[in-house]
Design a protein around this ligand. Sequence first.
Ligand code: ZN
Length: 512
Amino acid sequence: MVRRVARSGNRVRFDSKDALLAGGVDVRALRYQRASQDRKEQGKSVGDQGKLNLAEVTKRSWSDAGSFTDNDRSASRHAKKDRPEFELLIERIEAGRGDVLVIWEMSRRERDLAVYVKIRDMCTKVGLYFWLVGGVLYDLRDKNDRMMLGFQAVQAEWMADSIRDNVLRGVAMAAEAGRPHGKVTYGYRRIYDQRTRALLRQEPDTELRTATAVDGTVIEYSHAGVVRDNFKRVAAGVPLITIERDLNARGIPSPEGKTWRRGIIRKQVMNPAYIGKRVFRGEVIGDGAWPALLDGEGVYWACVQLLSDPSRTTTRAGRAVHLLSYIAACGVCGGPLSSNHVNRHGWEGQVYSCLKRRCAAVKAEFLDEYVQRTVVAWLSLPETSEMLSALSGGDEQAAQARAEAVRLRVELEEWRKLGEQGEVSAVAYARAEKGLTAQIAEHEQRAQQAGMPPVLRGRIGEHAAQKWADLGDQVAVKREIIRTVADINLLPAGKGNRRPFGGHRLRWSWRF
Ligand SMILES: [Zn+2]
């Protein structure tokens, strides 16, 4: 039985841990995650903390009272930078928001002992009694819990002190934030001051080099040109193996000076450094101090989207992604369709069905065939070619909107993966999906004039059918084409309806 004592501001007072754990959606959780720049610190990245914290919240069906993230800021008492999100969190707590504070580890929240005590006392005073640290629930009113949290804070301070000692003794301080360091990213070069040897800038390496192709001809190329070319081709759906073969045939050495491998190209076209972003522990943490090598972010996100398509990256065996899973949606609830192997009533095979509520289902071969025929027919129409060729392609805002739409799709895909791994609940996934899908639609509408999407280039007009057939088992590219041109919703068959599958089972709209 859940018993509450009183309501203070927005805060519901739960009188025990049990009451809080049984509180479900009535419990408002505040989440906080922070990255540190200390290189020697062994901790989880902000993204990982965020996912773990979110998983804790959704697992308990708590509701979201806000998430606060401080990237790239050290919370130890030696840190000099301010921490805006942290301040926001404190304000929120003081204003009476939230019933529980969710953090992944103590050292991540506050490493200074005095600050820890201050926040603890403040939380106690305003009635935020519960902290969930690394999945363990503490009640600040419980003397044993207070002792355990105190231990963790003392330990965290000791670690912060040790790290600082090491850093001060060490050579390169994290002060060079934003400046390029380590190996030069292929496609860039660094310009140094002749006299002082200080780094002046990092810029695209357009120096012309020569290579001898397999057939003996000598060709000219530049590192920046190779990178741009790789992006363009991957975004257009050219298989990595083809790009690998072409580069090697032209005699162009790989970044390591050897032959190109698919993995190298893959890593290259997913590297945010080429859109001028700085990465720290696998997370984009801000703008780099170097220019983007690509014109706009569209081609970058198109590559990431194609290469992270679930048909390539399905995380759970036996749940392979097929041509239309997570692309076509349920016409009843709007949720995604997933692909399942079914064996019942003497029939066995693949079926697409509404992932969340099972509102509608269809034999996979029926839907696959119908959709492919319809899409190829549309791609073949002279009107389609005319319309797509007429798109301007020059409008920067439209191009940005498309890049943003694709970026959001990548984000949605990450959510789907988390859902599949059981790290977030179906409810959390559904919520994220709803929000992201709406945003994607909005950006796509603005992107209408952004020119022909890269993945359609060379695949429309009278040869569309042949080009489609040529794609063979490149499911990711076919999926991208379908997703780019059509919005497909599956409707239920209706009880006892024996009508064969056809257009009446779909709500179909073209995106152009
Ligand atoms: Zn449904």
